[in-house]
Design a binder for this molecule. Structure first.
Ligand code: GDP
Length: 454
């Protein structure tokens, strides 16, 4: 499977920048250093050298050159790293010179990491952890991803798999030597004891799954309410608060706008849904339907109303018409600046489920954000230490657990052949989790998310 090509790519960000890092991996990575510098650095020691175009002999740049001979490198192959000045022409010159060397080609997206996986430097869960670490927007996401990269899930899955293989060996011994007098009668009982413990541990891990998965995606908060209540104004007000913003991403439809926030380290996605109101226009109806769906899927809805046109007490039946019923709903009474007096400050502690604020002036918005940060902290509590961060992990462990159930079921009592088969299948599902077995079909999906140079 290992391609004999030597691959190269710019692994640092988009030029121009102070420094640009070009990574080279493959059998001829060392030859690239020689061709460009005429020298070889000691392994893992930085060497300052002039880089010349081997064709013309012209100096392209002066760079720090690092050499990591196989197998002790990121990819498990020979790896060279060039730390150049990060200008466009410098980088283009070096990449061009590398491309003209025999046996070299530009790397495809995720190819360095894929080679690391294929050479056993990373298991699949670590590959996913690496992708998540690079993609992490907030502290909590970073911590979760780092732990996964370092094997929190992978090591656990491997140890489960090892114990499962032990149990399987006991059952198989019982099958193979059942006629021989000196094989202990009961090898199956200790095997099933191991299986029972495993099943309990996997059930524990599955119990925390949803928090880990959600931490990758973020808490979803929908801003909904009647037209002209000030929903867009509120979203913009929050988005302008620079510290909070991660990246404004347009929604999948023109009816829903998303803003990604980092609140005290927790990821929160804020959705502005189109004004929810009765309409006969089919296009508008479609927009309203999508907005309602989106709000219905949210973890929390901020139901924004115009406080200047109604009473400030909560629970007015007419104004609550159309409130999504599924998720938790907080009432936000906007345009407090238009109210004559009292009531503006009553919720500044942020403890109540109703907020009175002015999106236009910003007054009262901070307590709302503080309450959101507290809410997301509770929402994700314990999520960072969960093992499972993706649906893929959950499915593999659910399938494993199902096989263990079958091995322990009544149907399997006294049937060592059935028990052995279920344990073999269970081990296979665990192996898929870390990528030890049978994963060609999922590799492309996982590596597709990487960009070039990783
Ligand atoms: P949406 O339809 O709910 O998104 O409402 P918009 O955000 O478009 O706001 C509707 C109108 O209300 C606009 O003219 C805003 O300037 C105004 N508005 C929004 N928030 C406030 C506020 O806090 N105070 C006042 N006085 N006007 C506001």
């Amino acid at each position: 499977m290992i391609s004999p090509d030597t691959i190269f790519a710019l692994s640092s960000g988009r030029p121009p920048a102070a420094i640009g890092v070009v990574r080279i991996s493959g059998p001829r990575a060392g030859a690239a250093i020689e061709a460009l510098t005429g020298r070889m650095p000691a392994p893992r020691r930085a060497m300052l050298a002039k880089l010349r175009d081997p064709a013309s002999g012209e100096v392209i740049d002066e760079a720090l050159v690092l050499w990591f001979p196989a197998p002790n490198s990121e990819t498990g192959e020979n790896v060279a790293e060039l730390q150049l000045h990060g200008g466009r022409a410098v980088i283009a010159g070096v990449l061009g010179a590398l491309g003209r060397l025999e046996g070299f080609r530009p790397a495809e997206a995720g190819e360095f990491t894929r080679r690391a996986f294929e050479n056993g430097r990373l298991d699949l869960t670590a590959v996913e952890g690496l992708a998540d670490l690079i993609g992490a927007d907030t502290e909590a996401q970073r911590r979760q991803a780092y732990r996964q990269l370092k094997g929190l899930l992978g090591d656990r899955a491997e140890s489960w798999r090892g114990r499962l293989v032990d149990a399987l060996a006991l059952v198989e011994a019982r099958i193979d030597f059942s006629d021989e007098a000196d094989v202990p009668e009961d090898l199956v009982r200790p095997a099933l004891e191991i299986v029972r413990k495993l099943r309990a541990e996997i059930a524990d891990a599955l119990a925390g799954a949803s928090r880990g998965e959600r931490l990758r995606d973020g808490l979803v908060v929908a801003i909904a309410g009647p037209p002209n209540a000030g929903k867009s104004t509120l979203l913009n007000r929050i988005a302008r608060r620079e510290a909070a913003i991660v990246s404004p991403v347009p929604g999948t439809t023109r009816d829903v706008i998303e803003v990604h926030l980092d609140l005290d380290g927790y990821p929160v996605t804020l959705l502005d849904t189109a004004g929810i109101r009765p309409s006969t226009d089919p296009v508008e109806q479609e927009g309203i339907r999508r907005a309602q769906d989106r709000a219905g899927e949210a973890d929390l809805v901020l139901w924004v109303t115009d406080a200047s046109t109604e009473g400030t007490h909560v629970g007015n039946d007419t104004e609550m018409e159309g409130v999504p019923s599924g998720p938790h709903v907080w009432t936000v009474k906007n345009k407090a600046d238009l109210l004559p007096s009292a009531g503006k400050d009553e919720n500044e502690s942020g403890l109540l489920d109703a907020f009175i604020l002015s999106a236009a002036s910003g007054r009262g918005v901070e307590p709302l954000l503080q309450a959101l940060a507290v809410y997301s902290g509770k929402f994700f509590l314990g999520g960072e230490s969960t093992l499972i961060t993706r649906g893929r992990h959950r499915k593999a462990l659910e399938a494993t657990s199902e096989m263990l159930d079958r091995a322990l079921s009544e149907d399997a009592i006294g049937r060592e052949d059935i028990i052995a088969e279920e344990l073999r299948l269970a081990a296979r599902h665990l192996g898929r989790l870390t990528g030890r077995v049978d994963v060609e079909d999922i590799l492309d999906v996982i590596f597709r998310d990487f960009c070039i140079g990783k």
